[in-house]
Design a protein around this ligand. Structure first.
Ligand code: HAM
Length: 420
């Protein structure tokens, strides 16, 4: 059987150098920035009982209805690969009594998610998210802090040209009234909606507002706005958030049609989009979910979070950032077996100081070793043969700058420290 017969599954991909260096840069920057806001890492399994997702994300959402990788395991349990991170973190929060930790409890995660969607540019069946969830703080200050942290992360990794949109989708008190207003608005137009929205009309009419079908776009013109139906508590929360975002100098626009594709949200929702991406232009998204912990059997606990889509962020970075793959700082071109052994020892010493060191193959010619060093974009090449071993003087070459010279073997560490 030829290895060519094996390919990644549709909608899944390998992440290879040099792209992987961008991935690592984003992950490192996220960890660093999140730590300055007191967020700590949490790791949950990639697979959970199906009900963890279906009950929280919502039985009638696209994710649960059509997109989950669900199967029965050998113990006859229905399990699913996680389509997102929030439900698992809330499950863990309740199961491990994380509410007992000093409040607010703030977590982040990074890892693969799985949705059986129709693959297209920016949409995968295995994709990676970096997400955060903050528990036990209902204040709009926490909303502002989480949005500010996302903004810091995006600008920290050098992403430009993204825009923030925010909305409030109300709470258990005001949303039923809004739902009724929508139902009566669409009651005459129901037959002109797409098939999905005909079903949504009964199950979740808010979703009609972000349907992409042109007929639904047309039919919803003039629809009542959620922000005109907020109760006093939701309205002041949303106004305070806007004041705080302005104070933090975060630009945003209001999008009363942004309702999100997951059912657990209450009050604030937000999305970051980029003009440079195609149809799948949401780079990150999130919101408040003040009822979810209780629904999982935990104490009444407000919460808010977001997740960013790594593939989309990387796609954007590739448009702008210089892809600087790391390269070795030292390459030993070796002539003969004794020189090869001596360089092996030297390389170990330099690696202990955190340098990337490569040793050439003593069986290859000097020319082919130099070619290899050049291809790897090595900074310094040192040439070591029997003469150098005897004299303790090494010839070096800086491949990029074409500088060269000699250095005493015993001075090498000092020499390299001066060069970096
Ligand atoms: P979401 O909007 O479903 O929210 O996903 C967040 C981000 O994940 C999207 O904005 C997008 O960048 C990326 N994403 C989603 N699906 C795909 C896909 N098939 N391929 C590539 N990227 C994708 C959530 O998942 C919520 N858990 C966010 C959250 C956290 N809300 C509160 N806390």
């Amino acid at each position: 059987m030829s290895s060519q017969q094996y390919k990644t599954l549709k909608g899944m991909q390998d992440i290879l150098p040099p792209d992987i260096f961008l991935w690592q840069k984003v992950e490192q920057t996220a960890r660093q920035i999140f730590s300055t806001y007191g967020f700590q890492e949490i790791r949950t399994p990639v697979m959970e009982s199906t009900s963890v997702f279906s009950r929280s994300i919502g039985e009638s959402t696209d994710i649960v209805e059509k997109e989950m990788y669900t199967f029965t395991d050998k113990g006859d349990r229905s399990v699913s690969l996680r389509p997102e991170g929030t439900a698992s973190v809330v499950r863990s929060y309740v199961e491990n009594h994380l509410d007992k930790l000093p409040a607010p409890q703030k977590f982040y995660y990074a890892g693969p998610m799985f949705r059986y969607e129709r693959p297209q540019s920016g949409r995968f069946r295995q994709f990676y998210q970096i997400g955060v969830e903050a528990f036990a703080d209902s204040s709009p200050r926490m909303d502002a802090e989480v949005i500010a942290m996302l903004e810091r992360l995006l600008s920290g990794i050098g992403l430009e040209g993204v825009s923030f949109q925010i909305n409030s989708i109300g709470c258990g008190q005001c949303r039923p009234g809004y739902r009724d207003a929508l139902l009566s608005f669409f009651s005459e137009k129901k037959e002109d909606l797409c098939d999905d929205c005909k079903r949504r009309y009964d199950k979740n009419p808010l979703r009609i507002l972000d349907c992409k079908a042109s007929t639904c776009r047309q039919q919803r013109q003039g629809a009542p706005r959620i922000t005109d139906h907020l109760c006093e508590g939701c309205r002041t929360h949303f106004e305070k958030l806007q004041t705080l975002l302005s104070l933090l100098q975060i630009s945003y626009s209001l999008n009363p049609e942004m309702v999100r594709g997951l059912d657990y949200y209450t009050r604030t929702t937000f999305e970051v989009t980029s003009q440079s991406l195609g149809a799948q232009n949401a780079v990150a998204a999130g919101g408040r979910y003040d009822r979810l912990v209780k629904e999982f059997g935990g104490p009444e606990t407000p919460a808010i979070g977001f997740a960013l889509g790594m593939e989309r962020v990387i796609e954007l970075l590739k448009l702008t950032a210089l892809r600087s793959a790391p390269s070795p700082s030292v390459f030993f071109a070796v002539l003969g077996d004794a020189a090869g052994s001596a360089c092996l020892v030297l390389a170990e010493q330099l690696r202990k100081q955190g340098r990337w060191v490569e040793v050439g193959d003593a069986a290859s010619s000097l020319k082919s070793q130099m070619r290899r060093a050049d291809r790897m974009a090595v900074r310094h090449v040192f040439i070591m043969g029997d003469d150098e071993l005897r004299s303790g003087m090494l010839k070096w070459k800086n491949l990029a700058g074409a500088a060269q010279g000699e250095v005493k073997l015993s001075d090498m560490e000092l020499f390299l420290a001066g060069q970096s």
